[in-house]
Design a protein around this ligand. Structure first.
Ligand code: SF4
Length: 63
């Protein structure tokens, strides 16, 4: 299954991904991006988040 992955060391916690794809990405209380556990991830939304992430730290992984 394809799942989004955030390279946290490059993430600046700008929140853009959570705005573009709120079902998948969430800015957690600790200030880190969290990825929801879903059966399927909405590809178009995640691809938008990948496109708009200012540090290019979101990618797809296959589990
Ligand atoms: S858009 Fe990128 S840099 Fe911004 S919070 Fe999301 S993963 Fe982090």
């Amino acid at each position: 299954m394809k799942k989004p992955l955030v390279e946290l060391s490059d993430c600046i916690a700008c929140g853009v991904c959570a705005e573009v794809s709120p079902d998948v990405f969430r800015l957690g209380d600790a200030g880190y991006i969290e990825i929801a556990e879903l059966e399927r991830y909405p590809e178009d939304e995640v691809n938008e988040a990948i496109k708009y992430c200012p540090t290019d730290c979101i990618s797809w992984t296959v589990e």
